[in-house]
Design a protein around this ligand. Structure first.
Ligand code: HEC
Length: 289
């Protein structure tokens, strides 16, 4: 057989195999549809969340970021670290240098250090250059304190989860009793001990107990009424900032680039016209046949 035939024949073989597996897959899909599970029936997508950072001209609302930081400090920081953010970064939220120093010194978890006399491990109060620490020395200790679940570092959580800030907000406000309908359809789907029903969490049962449970749980310094919804929105906005502190620069740069490209396109088109104008007029007529 000529070698020129082998290539197409191999290709044809592949196509036949592909077609075969596609047809059998389609047949199975139609004849045996996947059984509904509690997750497929009761999982909810995050509700939309209006934040000042949304949209191409989005900017941070510094007042809101300060409130969100307050929620993080007073509630979330007892279980979650924020180790990619340093205390001095908080100056970007509008805190003065002295305020940042005070926040670092007063932080409930101290920084690891060494006793200069004995060389033994020790701790010392935080400095502005320190990262915002995890409350646990390591993952084993964190799991031991949380029913074997690991509270993730929150610095990048908004980027790490599909649904971003709206997901965080919906998760925090989404705790509820299991709907009777769910237990009727799936009697085995009762939340296991130590897990809490939350339809926004992928498998519906999360190991984090509802952290925001009462209006006024945080006493906002700026006097905003601290409803559960408000606290959840503020902390979600704050986590947008921790995950992307340069968001404003990125959006502004993007817009400036678009303006530049628009002007440049017009200039390029005009020079094209100018450069080719004489040539086009001189072109010989097509030879008549
Ligand atoms: C009592 C400890 C505790 C507190 C307080 C707490 N969390 Fe959690 N959090 C956890 C644990 C444990 C997990 C892991 C849950 C799991 O994997 O089932 C978690 C997971 C999360 C997740 C990730 C969910 C996912 O999709 O994997 C987010 C986001 C979160 N917490 C945000 C917060 C915020 C915001 C606060 C403060 C308002 C907070 N948490 C307060 C213990 C806590």
């Amino acid at each position: 057989m000529s070698t020129r035939l082998i290539g197409p024949l191999i290709g044809l073989g592949f196509c036949v195999v592909l077609l075969f597996s596609f047809v059998t897959g389609l047949f199975n899909f139609v004849s045996e549809p996947a059984l509904p599970t509690a997750e497929t029936e009761f999982h909810l997508e995050p509700e939309p969340l209006a934040l000042s950072t949304n949209g191409p001209f989005g900017r941070f609302d510094r007042q809101q970021l300060q409130r969100g930081f307050q929620v993080y400090r007073e509630v979330c920081s007892s279980c979650h670290g924020l180790t990619r953010v340093h205390f001095r970064d908080l100056a970007e939220l509008g805190y003065s240098e002295a305020a940042v120093k005070k926040i670092a010194v007063d932080w409930a978890v101290q920084q690891p250090s060494v006793n200069a006399e004995t060389g033994e491990p020790a701790t010392r109060p935080g400095l502005p250059a320190d990262p915002i620490p995890s409350p646990y020395p390591n993952e084993v200790a964190a799991r031991a304190a949380n029913n074997n679940a690991y509270p993730p570092d929150l610095s990048l959580i908004v980027k790490a989860r599909e649904g971003a800030a709206p997901y965080v907000h919906s998760l925090l406000t989404g705790y509820r009793a299991q709907p009777p309908e769910l237990l009727r359809q799936f009697p085995d789907a009762k939340s296991p001990k130590g897990l809490y029903y939350n339809p926004y969490f992928a498998n519906l049962n999360i190991a984090m107990p509802a952290p925001l449970v009462a209006d006024g749980q945080v006493g906002y310094e700026d006097g905003t009424p601290a409803t559960i919804d408000q606290m959840s929105t503020d902390v979600a906005a704050f986590l947008v900032w921790t995950a992307e502190p340069k968001l404003e620069t990125r959006k502004a740069t993007g817009f400036a680039s678009l303006i530049f490209l628009a002007i440049f396109t017009v200039l390029a088109w005009m020079s094209y016209k100018t450069i080719w104008a004489p040539v086009k007029h001189e072109r010989d007529p097509l030879p008549a046949e």
